[in-house]
Design a protein around this ligand. Structure first.
Ligand SMILES: [Zn+2]
Length: 438
């Protein structure tokens, strides 16, 4: 039997982060328990209004390990071993005070938006809780209803953290990625991180199963956080086996330890399939472009998709060129989060399904009888010869086909402006599109 430990909402913009607390819990509990499987970093609905950061919760499993053990980290110069399975029975109550001590010591209680919570359960909560929490808004009552075994539920302040802690414990991966997190030495916390960007680019090119490492468009390291938290950097990838080697190629300040997490990052688990458009969710919808894109103040680009306005914001940089290249009649599939007021879809990625024929009028049709150009009778109304009165359909105008700089396929913003949960195109079998010069 395994103890399922979920923790959420301990961090703040100012410092601590839940993944650091994960390392502290592993160090504390591996003194008399075994870690089962990978520690889990579970991202939840990025559209919840009270979250300013990545909305990540953690789940850790402990028990009496059996079978093969794997090295998945190193903390305080001690190896961190993980076992595939557990045997025997453990009591959630027995570790309660040790988890509470760590949560209380390492949470930012002064932050008004930090509302920690944790759970220790002998059975995993119902899977439906995870799916609801990654896609929608979950009430505390709904979260508690997913608990299927007696155990410990502890909440602080407004208690919101209990929702994420249960949701993280409820995750049963169908798609998953991994992230190796490197921790900073405590003496360096709140000082600038020293990382050599050339080594990050080298790692990015060498370990092709990793992703979101370096933003070549903005010339920026993406593996390091910008907050003063105790994380030095994190490398994400599909193969947990190569992540420690990838980590060792990064040159910079010495790390105090590392641990590989199993995560739902880069899986698109947050995307609700179907055509419904609900606020505070992320959807994937197919639409026809109904107007020419326009640039608005702040460097954002918006485009009308009939009933929906879609936006590519300034931080998405070159991706806005793709959106600007759309024309009425193009068919697109867009993935993005829905903002309520005004109702806008914030584009996370976009697939051009088909391009409309764009043509450019060169001249009005010629009336052969009179050898004169006919006059236009208005948009789409056709033409008429001013001399003999003969009518010509709108399609008879002499046009030139305009070549488009866009081709069908998927497009996504640069690495630095992607969401944690967004599945990068490099993880998709579908081919991505190309934006060329027209
Ligand atoms: Zn005529």
């Amino acid at each position: 039997m395994v103890l399922w430990i979920g923790v959420d909402d301990t961090d703040s913009l100012q410092g601590m982060c839940t993944t650091f607390l994960a390392a502290e819990i592993v160090r504390e509990l591996t003194e008399d328990y075994d870690l089962i499987g990978f520690p889990r970093l579970v991202r939840l609905n990025p559209n919840v209004p009270w979250k300013t950061r990545g909305n990540g919760a953690i789940c850790l499993r402990f028990g009496r390990g059996t079978g093969r053990r794997n090295l998945i980290g190193e903390l305080e110069s001690q190896p961190v071993w993980s076992f595939a399975r557990a045997e025997g029975v453990d009591d959630p109550e027995r570790v309660q005070s040790r988890i509470a001590n760590l949560v209380e010591r390492r949470s930012e209680f002064r932050e008004p938006t930090t509302n920690p919570g944790f759970c220790i359960l002998s059975k995993q909560p119902a899977a439906t809780l995870y799916w609801k929490a990654v896609r929608r808004i979950v009430s505390k009552e709904e979260a508690l209803a997913a608990v299927r075994s007696p155990g410990v539920l502890r909440e602080y302040k407004n208690g919101r953290g209990i929702i994420g802690s249960l949701a993280a414990a409820a995750w049963r991966p169908h798609d998953r990625t991994y992230e190796v997190l490197c921790y900073r030495d405590e003496s360096r916390w709140r000082t600038p991180r020293l990382l050599e960007s050339g080594s990050v680019r080298y790692m990015d090119r060498t370990f092709t199963s990793t992703f979101n490492n370096y933003d070549y468009e903005c010339n920026r390291i993406v593996i390091a956080p910008h907050s003063p938290c105790p994380i030095l950097f994190g490398i994400r990838g599909d193969d947990p086996g190569v992540l420690p080697s990838a980590m060792r190629t990064i040159k910079g300040e010495p790390a105090a330890g590392w641990m590989v997490f199993e995560t739902n990052q880069g899986t698109d688990d947050h995307v609700i399939p179907g055509q419904a458009v609900e606020p505070k969710t992320t959807v994937q919808v197919e639409r026809e472009v109904s107007g020419r894109p326009r640039s608005i103040r702040g460097g954002h680009v918006v485009v009308e998709l009939n009933d929906l306005e879609a936006a590519a914001y300034e931080p998405s940089k070159g991706f806005r060129t793709v959106v600007r290249a759309l024309r009425p009649g193009d068919r697109v599939r867009v993935v993005g989060s829905i903002r309520d007021q005004p109702r806008t879809l914030n584009i996370e990625k976009l697939q051009v399904l088909s391009l409309s024929e764009e043509s450019h009028k060169l001249a009005n049709p010629l009336c052969f009888k009179c050898q004169k150009r006919a006059k236009s009778m208005g948009r789409k109304a056709g033409f008429r010869c001013a001399r003999c009165g003969q009518r010509f359909p709108a399609s008879s105008a002499i046009t030139e086909h305009v070549s488009r700089p866009l081709e069908p396929g998927w497009y996504e913003p640069p690495v630095g402006s992607r969401r944690h949960l967004s599945k990068p195109l490099s993880r998709r079998p579908a081919r991505s599109g190309r934006l060329g010069a027209a």
